[in-house]
Design a protein around this ligand. Structure first.
Ligand code: ZN
Length: 283
């Protein structure tokens, strides 16, 4: 059985179709309610979780209560220009974005300018940390995948010199992920999954992860050559063609529009764009 770890109202929960089981209660306290704790001991957790089935303690999953399935990674890597149909030429660009941008699969996204763009991406969740990870062993270090949106404010990203790649992607709710962290045995082909993004019902992106220039195992090996990877770290693996800023004519997100992002076997995010949040009051 594949494992689908969700974060329901801040509590680690196992998803079985539309029903969820609370991890702390089901495990009698062996695993805590904090989803990060499950990820930090992923091998033990996944072994336990794979033996669980939906039972009397299962509840209906209220999707509006789902939060980021990996709520507090140490680090979020965002790979730029990683799809053949998106990049003019191969060239890795790896900004780190801030974990405070992460949000749940149904979170509202406050727009920060009139040039906010969508980017559906496969997100890799590290399960076992390390440095100098060999490409051939990379998947031993991956807990699983989830769907992500790397929402990007092109005005902030390209308006400054030098460009602010990280800040442009780090605003509140600019990194919705979910709906669950899915173990790799839950996907048909870990190197070839269909991914799509619809904005208000219009298909904007439609590709497959085999189109990536650098595969998941290459990315894990590449990053770990320089950085120490930690359990729970996220790698946003880049987006295929069809983003708004390179469409003819250009198209950006407007308040009220819904971004639907889906990856085969991993589920779907549904995020509504809203007017910018008011600034925090002065203290
Ligand atoms: Zn991106």
């Amino acid at each position: 059985m594949s494992v689908r770890l969700t974060n329901l109202g801040g509590r680690a929960s196992l998803a079985f179709d539309d029903r969820v089981v609370d991890v702390e209660r089901r495990s009698g306290g062996r695993f805590s309610s904090d989803p990060m704790q499950a990820i930090e001991q992923w091998d033990a957790f996944a072994t336990w979780a794979a033996g669980q089935t939906v039972g009397d303690d299962a509840r209906e999953c209220d999707r509006s209560q789902l939060q980021a399935c990996v709520p507090r990674p140490r680090c979020v890597y965002a790979i730029g220009l990683n799809y053949r149909d998106h990049a003019e030429e191969a060239g890795l660009e790896i900004p780190r974005t801030l974990p405070s941008c992460l949000a749940g699969p149904s979170a509202d996204v406050p727009l920060t300018s009139d040039r906010v763009d969508w980017e559906v991406e496969l997100v890799v969740v590290i399960g076992r940390g390390g440095r100098q990870i060999a490409e051939s062993r990379a998947f031993d270090h991956v807990a699983g995948y989830c769907v992500g949106q790397d929402i990007s404010d092109r005005r902030l990203q390209f308006g400054d010199r030098p460009p602010q790649f990280s800040l442009g992607k780090s605003a509140q709710a600019f990194g919705p992920i979910g709906p669950a962290l899915v173990s790799l045995d839950g996907v048909k082909d870990r190197d070839d999954l269909a991914l799509t993004c619809d904005v208000d019902g219009e298909r904007m992106q439609d590709s497959r992860t085999r189109q990536m220039i650098f595969s998941v195992s290459e990315l894990v090996a590449y990053l770990s050559r320089t950085c120490e990877l930690w359990p729970g770290d996220l790698i946003f693996t880049g987006t295929p063609s069809g983003v708004g800023s390179v469409r003819e004519p250009r198209r950006y997100l407007a308040a009220g529009e819904v971004i639907a992002s889906e990856i085969e076997g991993l589920g779907r995010l549904r995020n509504r764009c809203v007017a910018p949040a008011p600034p925090s009051p002065d203290v």
